[in-house]
Ligand binder design. Structure first.
Ligand SMILES: [Zn+2]
Length: 382
C-alpha cells in the first residue's frame, strides 16, 4: 500500500518517501494443510522469514488471512485474536521423552515438518465416515466462512501469536508484542503522514510486503509498484508521467528505509559491538549501512545525505543514535534500502532498536517509537 500527501513543489523536483514493510516472520498454512491423526485434526505449516522454529511451539496461536472460494468470492479469516475465541497451538515434546530431542542442535530439534497446528479434537456426529475429527473442523469452517477443503489451496492464511501487545517493565517504558519488525515503523510512518500538512515536497508512505523473504514478487520493494504509484501521482498533479520525468523524480527523491535495528541485549553482549550498536531507549537508530562482513549486500548512504538527515533531526530536537548490526563477523542483514537506492533516491536506514527481533514477542522502547514518529514527521515536512 502507498499513501501520499501532495506537496507544493512538482514531483519532478523530488519527494520525501518513507518505506516500511508490514510482513513479519510467521508460519503459513500449506496448500493442503488439514489432516487427521490419532484422533486430532491438524494443519501443516511452512515457516516464513527468518524464524527460530523452537520459539513457535507451546504458545497460543491465531489464524489470520484471506481465502478465495471456488465461486470467486473472497473471505477474510481471523480466529484466535479476541479474548473469548479459541486459540491453536503446536505442543512441544514432554521433557520425560525428549532425551534424543535435547541432544540435537537448536536449528534441528524442531524440524519444519513438526510445526503442525492442533485445530480440533471432537468427532463429527455421524458414525458412518472416517476422519470424523477432520470432518468436524471442515463443518465448522463451512458454517463460519462457507468454505470447502479445496479452498485452502487458494488461501493466504498466517499462523501468528495470539497475544496482544502489552506494556512491559514495572515503569511501563517498553512494549512487548509480536510483529514490531516492522510495524513499529509502519505505524510511526503512518501517524507522521497524518500530521503532514502544507509540505514543500510530496510526502509518500509506502508499506511493502515480502521483505522478510528477500523482497521478491509484485508486492515487494523490488516490484515496479512505486514507479506506478509515482506515475499516478504525476498524472493527478499535472505532470506528464514520462520516463524522463519519472527518472528525474527518482533521482531528486529522498528516502528513509524505515526498519528496526538490533538493540544490544546485555545477556548476549558478546555478539554486539558496544561502541556502535543501538541501545534501547536512546532514540531512533540511524544506520548508514547494512549488509554483512565486508559490507556485502550493503546499501550505504553517502556522507552528504547522512549529514543532511543528522542536521534535520538535530534541528527538530529528535533524539537519535548511530547504529550497525552487531560485530562485523557475527552475521548481518539487509532491508529494502538497496532497492530504493537502486532507483536513484538518496536512502538511509533508520528505525527503533528492538530486542528479541523476529521472535513471537519483540521488545521495543516507547521513547524510541515516539522519536521515530517525530523523525518521520520532520522528514516529511522537510
Ligand atoms: Zn524488518
Amino acid at each position: 500500500m502507498a499513501v501520499a500527501v501532495i506537496g507544493k513543489k512538482p514531483i519532478t523536483q523530488g519527494f520525501r518517501l518513507i518505506a516500511s514493510h508490514i510482513d513479519c516472520p510467521r508460519l503459513d498454512l500449506k496448500p493442503n494443510p488439514l489432516y487427521e491423526d490419532m484422533g486430532l485434526a491438524l494443519l501443516k505449516t511452512q515457516y516464513y522469514g527468518g524464524v527460530k522454529k523452537y520459539q513457535w511451539v507451546s504458545r497460543p496461536l491465531a489464524l489470520c488471512g484471506t481465502i478465495s472460494r471456488g465461486d470467486g468470492s473472497v473471505v477474510d479469516v481471523e480466529m484466535g485474536l479476541k479474548p473469548d475465541e479459541p486459540v491453536f497451538t503446536i505442543p512441544d515434546l514432554l521433557p520425560h521423552l525428549a532425551r534424543k530431542q535435547m541432544e540435537q542442535k537448536a536449528s534441528e530439534f524442531i524440524p519444519g515438518e513438526s510445526l503442525n497446528l492442533i485445530v480440533g479434537s471432537t468427532p463429527y456426529s455421524s458414525e458412518e465416515t472416517d476422519e470424523r475429527v477432520k470432518l468436524k473442523v471442515l463443518e465448522l469452517l463451512q458454517r463460519k466462512y462457507n468454505i470447502t477443503e479445496e479452498d485452502f489451496i487458494s488461501a493466504e492464511i498466517q499462523v501468528i501469536p495470539a497475544e496482544p501487545a502489552r506494556d512491559a517493565g514495572m515503569d511501563r517504558g517498553l512494549i512487548a508484542g509480536y510483529g514490531q519488525d516492522d510495524r513499529a515503523c509502519a505505524y510511526a510512518c503512518f501517524t507522521a503522514l497524518l500530521d503532514t500538512v502544507n509540505s514543500e515536497h510530496t510526502a509518500i508512505a509506502i508499506f511493502f510486503d515480502k521483505e522478510e523473504i528477500g523482497s521478491e514478487g509484485n508486492t515487494s520493494a523490488q516490484s515496479r509498484f512505486l514507479e506506478m504509484f509515482l506515475a499516478d501521482l504525476m498524472e493527478n498533479t499535472g505532470t506528464e508521467p514520462s520516463s524522463g520525468n519519472l527518472q528525474k523524480a527518482f533521482f531528486c527523491g529522498r528516502a528513509l528505509s524505515a526498519d528496526v535495528a538490533a538493540a544490544i541485549d546485555p545477556t548476549y553482549a558478546d555478539v554486539y559491538e558496544k561502541r556502535n550498536d543501538a541501545k534501547l531507549g536512546y532514540g531512533i537508530a540511524l544506520k548508514k549501512y547494512t549488509g554483512r562482513g565486508g559490507k556485502s549486500q550493503a546499501s550505504e548512504a553517502n556522507a552528504e545525505y547522512t549529514g543532511w538527515v543528522r542536521r534535520l533531526l538535530n534541528s527538530k530536537g529528535v533524539v537519535w543514535q548511530a547504529a550497525v548490526l552487531g560485530k562485523v563477523d557475527e552475521g548481518g542483514g539487509g532491508t529494502v534500502a538497496k532497492y530504493l537506492a537502486n532507483m536513484g533516491m538518496e536512502t538511509i536506514d533508520c528505525g527503533p532498536p528492538i530486542l528479541g527481533m523476529h521472535s513471537p514477542l519483540e521488545v521495543s522502547s516507547k521513547d524510541d517509537i515516539w522519536m521515530c514518529h517525530r523523525a518521520f514527521k520532520a522528514f516529511f515536512g522537510s
